[in-house]
Ligand binder design. Structure first.
Ligand code: SF4
Length: 69
């Protein structure tokens, strides 16, 4: 199991995560990223069986607000 964490407060809305990893990320109405299937809040978390592209999204995020553990 892996956990994807998104600190929405730090997101600058560049869209990289949604482009690289549409499986887990989408852009919300407020212009910031949102983890699909996660409750929308300041710090979003989602448990997944495989991190897959979320790791690439975390590496690419210029605000370093995506974490995969
Ligand atoms: S890559 Fe980072 S800064 Fe860009 S939209 Fe995604 S979470 Fe926000």
């Amino acid at each position: 199991m892996s956990k994807i964490t998104l600190e929405r407060e730090k997101c600058i809305g560049c869209g990289s995560c949604a482009a690289l990893c549409p499986k887990y990320f989408e852009m919300a109405e407020d212009g910031k990223s949102h983890i699909k299937d996660a409750e929308k809040k300041e710090i979003e978390e989602l448990e997944v069986t495989k991190a897959d592209c979320a790791s690439s999204a975390a590496e690419a995020c210029p605000a370093q607000c995506i974490h995969v553990s």
